[in-house]
Design a protein around this ligand. Structure first.
Ligand SMILES: [Zn+2]
Length: 226
């Protein structure tokens, strides 16, 4: 009864198109689900995510759940997640991609999932890292650890940078550093982000992570823009 009243005043809407969902629909309407531009990259080793990193950094496996199109459904999803605080979109996308990755033999080699971090000031302002839920749910689908205290995003005035030999700049002036690096030694890491465009951010993260001993890195993101 209460649920019926709540549904009447606050009907659940589709994360992508904002139409009211039917009783049998969850998170996203059937139309949007059928129209989302899935890549299926994780079923093919040579794909456009892997290719982004060729001749730059070594990436074992790479995938993205969707192709990103300007003004498309995926842009809506990521916008609502990032700027409207709809963190449950990250859960939904993480369960979706995680559910597929656990059926792919290669991804059973992954030992831990690490999200591309936000700077602590940005985190305070937004209240959450938009990649966190997505990454956590991939980790739980693969039954591996989620680790968010090793890779940090910093600015050149942060104290971690001044004392760290491990900081690396990206070409777009982002700066990352590493702490507790023994945690990730000898591990196969799945580095996770929302949108991949030039790959510069992930490349910088990978260069930083590679300072830990004997690690392998694969990457997964919500979408790839091309
Ligand atoms: Zn929809």
């Amino acid at each position: 009864m209460y649920k019926a009243i709540i549904d009447l005043f606050f009907p659940k809407v589709c994360y992508a198109c904002h139409e009211v969902l039917n009783d049998h629909e969850q998170d996203i309407c059937t139309d949007c689900r059928n129209n989302l531009p899935v890549t299926n990259f994780h079923f093919h080793k040579d794909n456009n995510v892997s290719k982004v990193f060729y001749a730059r950094v070594k990436v074992v496996y790479g995938t993205a759940l969707f192709r990103f199109e300007k003004k498309g459904l995926v842009q809506q999803l990521i916008h609502n997640l990032k700027y409207k605080g709809q963190e449950s979109i990250g859960v939904f996308l993480g369960d979706w991609l995680g559910g597929e990755l656990k059926t792919v033999k290669e991804y059973s080699e992954i030992d831990m999932v690490i999200p591309v971090p936000l700077h602590k000031n940005k985190l305070k302002k937004r209240g959450f890292n938009q990649v966190a839920k997505f990454a956590e749910h991939i980790a739980s689908a693969l039954n591996v650890t989620y680790v968010d205290n090793v890779l940090l995003k910093v600015t050149n005035t942060d104290s971690q940078v001044l004392k760290s030999r491990f900081a690396r700049w990206t070409s777009n002036e982002e700066l990352f550093t590493l702490q507790n690096k023994s945690t990730i030694a000898n591990k196969h890491i799945l580095l996770v982000d929302d949108l991949i465009t030039t790959g510069a951010t992930m490349e910088a993260c990978i260069n930083v992570l590679n300072q830990a001993k004997n690690i392998k890195i694969s990457v997964a993101c919500m979408a790839i823009a091309q």
